[in-house]
Design a protein around this ligand. Structure first.
Ligand code: TXA
Ligand code: MG
Length: 331
């Protein structure tokens, strides 16, 4: 019974389960999320436990509307107005804003925010996610529904293969975007891109009418005990079992190959080849990336070799995920 059709009855039952501090996996346009009531520290603790996720890595609070999002936090004063501007342009959608946490807000447990005085919020556009959030009528944390450090799920089946019967999954079909949301920090005095995603740095800059820096905001250097500002974003992440090597041409040495674009390996050169997008379309490649990594991994190769993928536009996010998948493993 783990994968459930997203009927109104199932959505209401899953909303009830969330309100009773249970866990529910749900589809979003980016990847599947592992939902828990954000205000309930026990439920949030269960999310960390089942994912094997370090508790210094905070979670995103998902809500059904922009108004609900800005009840949880606001951009710092030097960036006044930029939060609503991004929200108008991109919500509901694959954008997460890191805001200064509203002091009196107990709708997000300290554990969910990893004790930070900031909070990550997102209004997803997937209709099943929105219907679920609407029915719960409270913020729901939603890390990607995979064990920490592994490949994110883009189908209900992927989630079932991660958690089996332990977590019911609302099945909303394959995710359109296929990569986690773009994260923008509105803390300090410059907007900062903390995780690249489908909403590109260029698109953000256009809406904001100013450039967007990348990485750690200079106005808000990490404090001792802060954890990284985009925690979980460095070192090994999104990793299949196989090692991953990037920017390589197909060769007989590497039987598992992830191709991109018109140049296919000659027949018989590699044993298992998946082309992310024969036409060279980056959106298509993003939406197929995690599924392809899982499929190639299932052939149990030592190494998955990956073709060069352009870095422009959505290519920045694809290369970001691939670099982390290829990073030295910490365990
Ligand atoms: O697309 C997505 O964002 C998906 C779907 C399910 O919504 N969720 C997702 O969650 O990717 P997760 O937990 O896998 O990634 C959340 C990222 C982490 O890298 C975390 O460090 C960062 O958001 N984050 C959360 N709160 C933060 C904060 N206050 N400051 C900086 N980074 C934060
Ligand atoms: Mg994740």
């Amino acid at each position: 019974m783990t994968a459930l059709a997203p009927s109104p009855e199932h959505i209401n039952a899953m909303a009830e389960r969330l309100r009773a501090a249970g866990l529910v996996a749900f589809p979003t346009e980016t990847v599947y999320g592992l939902g828990a009531l954000a205000s309930d520290a026990r439920a949030v603790a269960n999310v960390f436990a089942i994912k094997g996720r370090p508790q210094f890595n905070p979670l995103i609070a998902h809500v059904a509307s922009t108004e609900a999002a800005f009840r949880l936090g606001a951009e710092d004063a030097p960036l006044a107005g930029l939060g609503p501007r991004l929200a108008d342009a991109f919500w509901p959608g694959p954008l997460t804003l890191v805001l200064r946490r509203t002091l009196e807000s107990d709708a997000v447990a300290d554990l969910a925010a990893a004790g930070l005085d900031t909070v990550a919020v997102r209004v997803p556009s997937h209709p099943v996610a929105l219907a679920l959030l609407d029915a719960v009528d409270a913020p729901v944390v939603g890390p990607s529904a995979n064990r920490s450090g592994r490949v994110s799920p883009t189908t209900a089946e992927h989630v079932v293969s991660e958690f089996g019967d332990a977590v019911p999954v609302l099945d909303g079909g394959p995710c359109d975007v296929g990569l986690e949301s773009t994260i923008v920090g509105l803390i300090g005095d410059v907007p900062v891109l903390l995780r690249p995603g489908a909403i590109t740095r260029e698109a953000l800059a256009e809406v904001l009418g100013r450039p967007v820096s990348v990485g750690t905001p200079t106005a808000h250097p990490p404090q001792p005990g802060d954890g990284p500002l985009a925690p979980g974003q460095l070192a090994s992440h999104y990793a299949p079992n196989a090692a991953v090597i990037l920017d390589v041409a197909p060769s007989a040495t590497h039987p598992a190959y992830l191709a991109f674009g018109a140049t296919e390996p000659p027949t018989g050169l590699v044993k298992d080849c998946i082309n992310l997008s024969p036409s060279g379309d980056l959106s298509e490649a993003a939406s197929r990336l995690y599924c392809a990594l899982r499929e190639l991994d299932a052939t149990e190769p030592d190494v998955i070799a990956v073709a060069p993928i352009p870095h422009d536009g959505l290519g920045a996010a694809i290369n970001d995920r691939l670099q982390r998948a290829a990073a030295p493993r910490t365990t």
